[in-house]
Design a binder for this molecule. Structure first.
Ligand code: ZN
Length: 379
């Protein structure tokens, strides 16, 4: 995301703040303008502590996702909240459930810790709950900060558990449904409930004059629709095996072929990727980008062996296209080598899978042809 600045790194994940986030800090600071400079500082500190809680919430999602082998690209803090950008959302319902629940659980722990802290201080006579609530009604004070942070964490849990995509409650609902029905049906049901909840929330925002709530409701409504489209693409890919989808007529190369042979093949066949064979075994892979790279370095008089990449992600012919897409995404690869046992069959690329998804959607009677996207966002 552009206009985001890295502020920290935790568990191997960059934590970034979007430039518009400053607006919220300024609004927070202005809340206590009547108290002068200490008021401004107090208001800004309140917002920063709130977003520390939001960051911990996102880290909750992220650390659990990492445990399931999902790479988390980054966490970005926006004025409307935080997002954790993941390489993929697991289609295993239990994994999605744990990832979704982990975020709100962090806020439950923070709220409990604040409540226990207050209770402990009250028991030892150092702080009195009545005084604390009294303090919370006045100007900047430790009491106000404590009560406000407690309320903010409770609100984060309640809001995020509304069963509407992309909120955590929507993911929990889909995961529970997906344990009893297929993934696409579960997404359709959860998405429908989510859009209904978003309409209710939007009406409330409109009637009560809370325009931020109205904006959030519109965002939830659209995201719930997008999730359904994405899930349909995923479902067609689950029903198709890569052994039926790889290009079996692709031209191949030998390690000793000169680079000129590859250039000629690219120009005359439009084939962008080539398997380099050693007998019947795969020795490496050459892509159009590799050829352009070699030419850019002035290396024209070389053989395929000097240009090729010696390995490729390996997938079995009976893997579904969705599994292949996940393997390639995990390996950060654009290409995978399809094998039947130890026997190399051919190559498949992310573009091949996108095309297969579009085609299969049309064959299944879904007019739209969404491209299966790589990655997912957890709020
Ligand atoms: Zn969350």
């Amino acid at each position: 995301m552009n206009w985001s600045f890295k502020v920290a790194r935790a568990s191997g994940i960059d934590i970034k703040v979007h430039i518009t986030f400053l607006i919220i800090v300024i609004i927070g600071a202005a809340q206590f303008a009547a108290h002068g400079v200490p008021g401004y500082l107090f208001g800004a500190a309140m917002i920063l502590l709130l977003f520390l809680c939001v960051t911990l919430h996102e880290l909750g999602h992220s650390v659990v996702a990492q445990r399931f082998g999902v790479q988390v690209r980054q966490i970005v803090l926006l004025p409307i909240g935080g997002v954790a950008m993941m390489q993929r959302i697991p289609s295993n319902p239990w994994q999605e459930l744990w990832i979704a629940v982990a975020g709100p659980l962090v806020n439950v722990v923070i709220a409990l810790a604040l409540a226990i802290g207050v209770g402990f201080n009250q028991a030892t006579g150092r702080m009195n709950l009545t005084d604390l609530l009294q303090m919370a009604r006045g100007g900047p004070s430790a009491g106000l900060m404590l009560v406000w942070l407690f309320q903010a964490n409770v609100a984060l849990v309640l809001f995020n558990m509304i069963p509407a995509f992309p909120l955590d409650g929507g993911r929990v609902l889909r995961a529970i449904l997906a344990m009893r029905m297929n993934y696409a049906r579960a997404t359709a049901v959860a998405g429908g409930i989510g859009q209904f909840m978003a309409i209710l929330l939007g009406l409330y925002g409109l009637l009560a004059g809370h325009f931020l709530i109205l904006i959030v409701a519109v965002f939830i409504f659209l995201a719930a629709g997008a999730e359904q489209v994405e899930s349909r693409a995923r479902t067609v890919l689950t029903g198709f095996r890569v052994g039926e989808a790889y290009n079996r007529d692709a031209a191949t190369l030998a390690e000793t072929d000169p680079l000129d042979t590859v250039i000629h093949r690219i120009l005359t066949s439009y084939q962008p990727d080539f398997a380099v064979l050693n007998g019947r075994n795969l020795a490496g892979v050459v892509t159009r980008a590799d050829v352009i790279g070699a030419l850019a370095h002035g290396a024209r008089d070389v053989s395929v062996r000097q240009v090729m990449k010696p390995q490729a992600a390996r997938v079995s012919a009976d893997a579904t296209l969705d599994q292949v897409r996940q393997t390639m995404s995990d390996a950060g690869a654009r290409l995978a080598a399809v094998y039947d046992g130890a026997h190399f069959l051919g190559l498949v690329s992310t573009e091949d899978i996108e095309e297969a998804a579009a085609l299969l959607q049309f064959m299944n009677g879904n007019g739209s042809s969404p491209r299966p996207k790589d990655g997912g966002v957890v709020v």
